[in-house]
Design a protein around this ligand. Structure first.
Ligand code: E4P
Length: 217
Protein backbone atom coordinates (compact mmCIF):
# COMPACT_ATOMS: atom_id res chain seq x y z
CA UNK A 1 0.00 0.00 0.00
CA UNK A 2 1.23 3.46 -0.87
CA UNK A 3 1.48 6.18 1.76
CA UNK A 4 0.80 9.81 0.88
CA UNK A 5 1.18 12.78 3.20
CA UNK A 6 -1.80 15.13 3.43
CA UNK A 7 -0.31 18.58 3.92
CA UNK A 8 0.83 21.73 2.13
CA UNK A 9 3.73 22.30 4.51
CA UNK A 10 7.05 22.07 2.65
CA UNK A 11 8.91 21.82 5.97
CA UNK A 12 6.82 18.80 7.05
CA UNK A 13 7.10 17.18 3.61
CA UNK A 14 10.90 17.55 3.62
CA UNK A 15 11.11 15.95 7.07
CA UNK A 16 8.84 13.01 6.20
CA UNK A 17 10.32 12.48 2.72
CA UNK A 18 13.74 11.98 4.34
CA UNK A 19 12.35 8.79 5.96
CA UNK A 20 12.02 7.22 2.50
CA UNK A 21 8.49 5.89 3.06
CA UNK A 22 6.38 8.51 1.26
CA UNK A 23 4.97 7.86 -2.22
CA UNK A 24 3.05 11.08 -2.85
CA UNK A 25 1.27 14.13 -1.43
CA UNK A 26 -2.31 15.35 -1.30
CA UNK A 27 -3.27 18.97 -0.71
CA UNK A 28 -6.59 20.78 -0.63
CA UNK A 29 -7.51 24.48 -0.63
CA UNK A 30 -7.74 24.58 3.20
CA UNK A 31 -4.24 23.09 3.56
CA UNK A 32 -2.62 25.32 0.90
CA UNK A 33 -4.32 28.44 2.30
CA UNK A 34 -2.27 28.01 5.50
CA UNK A 35 1.06 28.20 3.66
CA UNK A 36 2.93 31.40 2.73
CA UNK A 37 3.94 32.11 -0.89
CA UNK A 38 2.44 31.34 -4.28
CA UNK A 39 0.57 28.03 -4.34
CA UNK A 40 2.00 27.09 -7.77
CA UNK A 41 5.58 27.59 -6.55
CA UNK A 42 4.78 25.57 -3.44
CA UNK A 43 3.29 22.70 -5.46
CA UNK A 44 6.31 22.71 -7.79
CA UNK A 45 8.67 22.48 -4.80
CA UNK A 46 6.59 19.63 -3.32
CA UNK A 47 6.85 17.71 -6.63
CA UNK A 48 10.63 18.17 -6.64
CA UNK A 49 10.89 16.81 -3.10
CA UNK A 50 8.53 13.85 -3.41
CA UNK A 51 8.98 12.76 -7.05
CA UNK A 52 5.57 11.10 -6.89
CA UNK A 53 1.91 12.05 -7.46
CA UNK A 54 0.99 15.43 -5.90
CA UNK A 55 -2.69 16.41 -5.87
CA UNK A 56 -3.65 20.08 -6.30
CA UNK A 57 -7.33 20.95 -6.15
CA UNK A 58 -9.40 23.23 -8.38
CA UNK A 59 -11.53 25.89 -6.69
CA UNK A 60 -13.86 26.59 -9.62
CA UNK A 61 -17.26 24.96 -9.28
CA UNK A 62 -18.30 24.90 -12.95
CA UNK A 63 -16.89 22.49 -15.54
CA UNK A 64 -15.32 25.19 -17.73
CA UNK A 65 -13.56 26.77 -14.75
CA UNK A 66 -12.40 23.37 -13.47
CA UNK A 67 -10.96 22.54 -16.89
CA UNK A 68 -9.12 25.87 -17.05
CA UNK A 69 -7.70 25.50 -13.54
CA UNK A 70 -7.05 21.77 -13.99
CA UNK A 71 -4.98 22.27 -17.15
CA UNK A 72 -3.07 25.05 -15.38
CA UNK A 73 -2.35 22.80 -12.36
CA UNK A 74 -1.25 19.94 -14.63
CA UNK A 75 1.32 22.26 -16.28
CA UNK A 76 3.09 22.93 -12.96
CA UNK A 77 4.95 19.61 -13.08
CA UNK A 78 4.54 16.13 -14.62
CA UNK A 79 3.89 14.76 -11.10
CA UNK A 80 0.80 16.93 -10.62
CA UNK A 81 -2.62 15.31 -10.29
CA UNK A 82 -5.75 17.47 -10.61
CA UNK A 83 -8.24 17.15 -7.78
CA UNK A 84 -11.90 17.81 -8.55
CA UNK A 85 -14.92 17.47 -6.25
CA UNK A 86 -17.53 14.76 -6.78
CA UNK A 87 -20.19 16.99 -8.33
CA UNK A 88 -21.81 16.78 -11.75
CA UNK A 89 -19.44 19.49 -13.00
CA UNK A 90 -16.50 17.69 -11.38
CA UNK A 91 -17.36 14.39 -13.05
CA UNK A 92 -17.64 16.11 -16.46
CA UNK A 93 -14.28 17.79 -15.87
CA UNK A 94 -12.76 14.46 -14.77
CA UNK A 95 -13.89 12.73 -17.96
CA UNK A 96 -12.46 15.51 -20.17
CA UNK A 97 -9.16 15.89 -18.31
CA UNK A 98 -8.66 12.10 -18.20
CA UNK A 99 -9.26 12.05 -21.98
CA UNK A 100 -6.42 14.57 -22.34
CA UNK A 101 -4.09 12.29 -20.39
CA UNK A 102 -4.26 14.39 -17.18
CA UNK A 103 -4.49 12.34 -13.99
CA UNK A 104 -7.52 13.22 -11.84
CA UNK A 105 -8.23 12.62 -8.16
CA UNK A 106 -11.97 12.81 -7.45
CA UNK A 107 -12.36 14.11 -3.92
CA UNK A 108 -15.10 14.63 -1.30
CA UNK A 109 -16.41 11.10 -1.86
CA UNK A 110 -18.75 9.81 0.84
CA UNK A 111 -20.62 6.91 -0.79
CA UNK A 112 -19.95 3.82 -2.90
CA UNK A 113 -22.34 5.19 -5.55
CA UNK A 114 -20.14 8.30 -5.87
CA UNK A 115 -17.01 6.15 -6.11
CA UNK A 116 -18.61 4.21 -8.98
CA UNK A 117 -19.17 7.51 -10.85
CA UNK A 118 -15.52 8.54 -10.34
CA UNK A 119 -14.29 5.24 -11.79
CA UNK A 120 -16.63 5.51 -14.77
CA UNK A 121 -15.34 9.05 -15.46
CA UNK A 122 -11.77 7.70 -15.69
CA UNK A 123 -10.40 9.03 -12.39
CA UNK A 124 -6.86 7.89 -11.57
CA UNK A 125 -7.64 8.20 -7.84
CA UNK A 126 -10.83 8.32 -5.79
CA UNK A 127 -10.69 9.92 -2.33
CA UNK A 128 -13.27 8.65 0.18
CA UNK A 129 -13.05 10.65 3.45
CA UNK A 130 -13.16 8.12 6.29
CA UNK A 131 -12.54 10.48 9.22
CA UNK A 132 -15.30 12.88 8.24
CA UNK A 133 -17.74 9.94 8.00
CA UNK A 134 -16.68 8.70 11.45
CA UNK A 135 -17.28 12.27 12.70
CA UNK A 136 -20.97 11.93 11.80
CA UNK A 137 -21.33 8.47 13.39
CA UNK A 138 -21.03 6.57 10.09
CA UNK A 139 -18.46 3.79 9.62
CA UNK A 140 -15.86 5.30 7.27
CA UNK A 141 -13.90 2.06 6.84
CA UNK A 142 -17.04 0.19 5.78
CA UNK A 143 -17.17 2.53 2.77
CA UNK A 144 -13.60 1.54 1.86
CA UNK A 145 -14.54 -2.15 1.89
CA UNK A 146 -17.53 -1.43 -0.39
CA UNK A 147 -15.45 0.56 -2.87
CA UNK A 148 -12.63 -2.02 -2.98
CA UNK A 149 -15.24 -4.78 -3.62
CA UNK A 150 -16.97 -2.83 -6.40
CA UNK A 151 -13.71 -1.86 -8.12
CA UNK A 152 -12.48 -5.47 -7.89
CA UNK A 153 -15.74 -6.82 -9.36
CA UNK A 154 -15.24 -4.80 -12.54
CA UNK A 155 -11.44 -4.43 -12.55
CA UNK A 156 -11.70 -0.62 -12.52
CA UNK A 157 -8.22 0.90 -12.71
CA UNK A 158 -9.07 3.83 -10.38
CA UNK A 159 -6.95 3.61 -7.21
CA UNK A 160 -8.67 3.84 -3.82
CA UNK A 161 -6.98 6.67 -1.93
CA UNK A 162 -8.21 6.57 1.66
CA UNK A 163 -8.42 10.19 2.82
CA UNK A 164 -9.21 12.01 6.03
CA UNK A 165 -7.23 9.40 8.02
CA UNK A 166 -7.19 10.35 11.68
CA UNK A 167 -5.24 7.55 13.41
CA UNK A 168 -3.03 4.50 12.71
CA UNK A 169 -5.94 2.02 12.79
CA UNK A 170 -7.45 3.70 9.72
CA UNK A 171 -4.22 2.85 7.90
CA UNK A 172 -3.95 -0.72 9.22
CA UNK A 173 -7.58 -1.46 8.32
CA UNK A 174 -7.18 0.13 4.87
CA UNK A 175 -4.15 -2.08 4.22
CA UNK A 176 -6.06 -5.20 5.35
CA UNK A 177 -8.89 -4.31 2.97
CA UNK A 178 -6.54 -3.90 0.03
CA UNK A 179 -6.95 -0.15 -0.47
CA UNK A 180 -4.24 1.23 -2.77
CA UNK A 181 -3.19 4.33 -0.83
CA UNK A 182 -3.70 6.12 2.49
CA UNK A 183 -3.13 9.85 2.76
CA UNK A 184 -2.46 11.05 6.28
CA UNK A 185 -1.47 14.23 8.11
CA UNK A 186 2.19 14.28 9.28
CA UNK A 187 1.17 13.59 12.90
CA UNK A 188 -0.61 10.36 11.91
CA UNK A 189 2.41 9.16 9.90
CA UNK A 190 4.57 9.95 12.91
CA UNK A 191 2.23 7.93 15.16
CA UNK A 192 2.79 4.82 12.98
CA UNK A 193 6.29 4.57 14.45
CA UNK A 194 5.23 4.48 18.07
CA UNK A 195 5.18 1.41 20.28
CA UNK A 196 6.21 1.52 23.97
CA UNK A 197 7.78 -1.95 23.75
CA UNK A 198 10.15 -0.70 21.03
CA UNK A 199 11.37 2.09 23.33
CA UNK A 200 11.62 -0.18 26.39
CA UNK A 201 13.36 -2.91 24.36
CA UNK A 202 15.90 -0.52 22.87
CA UNK A 203 16.65 1.00 26.27
CA UNK A 204 17.23 -2.49 27.74
CA UNK A 205 19.52 -3.62 24.88
CA UNK A 206 21.67 -0.49 25.26
CA UNK A 207 21.87 -0.79 29.05
CA UNK A 208 22.90 -4.48 28.86
CA UNK A 209 25.51 -3.62 26.23
CA UNK A 210 26.97 -0.78 28.32
CA UNK A 211 27.05 -3.01 31.45
CA UNK A 212 28.97 -5.72 29.55
CA UNK A 213 31.45 -3.16 28.18
CA UNK A 214 32.06 -1.81 31.72
CA UNK A 215 32.77 -5.36 33.05
CA UNK A 216 35.22 -6.06 30.19
CA UNK A 217 37.07 -2.74 30.67
C1 E4P B 1 -7.72 14.46 1.14
O1 E4P B 1 -7.16 14.55 0.08
C2 E4P B 1 -8.05 15.59 2.03
O2 E4P B 1 -7.10 16.60 1.83
C3 E4P B 1 -7.97 15.24 3.47
O3 E4P B 1 -7.63 13.90 3.68
C4 E4P B 1 -9.09 15.76 4.30
O4 E4P B 1 -8.87 15.39 5.63
P1 E4P B 1 -9.62 16.06 6.87
O5 E4P B 1 -10.99 15.49 6.94
O6 E4P B 1 -8.79 15.67 8.07
O7 E4P B 1 -9.61 17.55 6.61
Amino acid sequence: MKLFVDTGSIKDIEAIASLGIIDGVTTNPSLLAKEPGDFRDNLKRICEIVQGPVSGEVTATDTAGMLREGRDIAKIDPHMVVKVPLTRDGIRACKTLAGEGIRVNVTLVFSAAQALLAAKAGATFVSPFVGRLDDVATDGMRLIREIVDIYDNYAFKTEVLVASCRHPMHIVEAARMGADICTCPPAVIDALFNHPLTNIGLERFLKDWEKAQAVKA
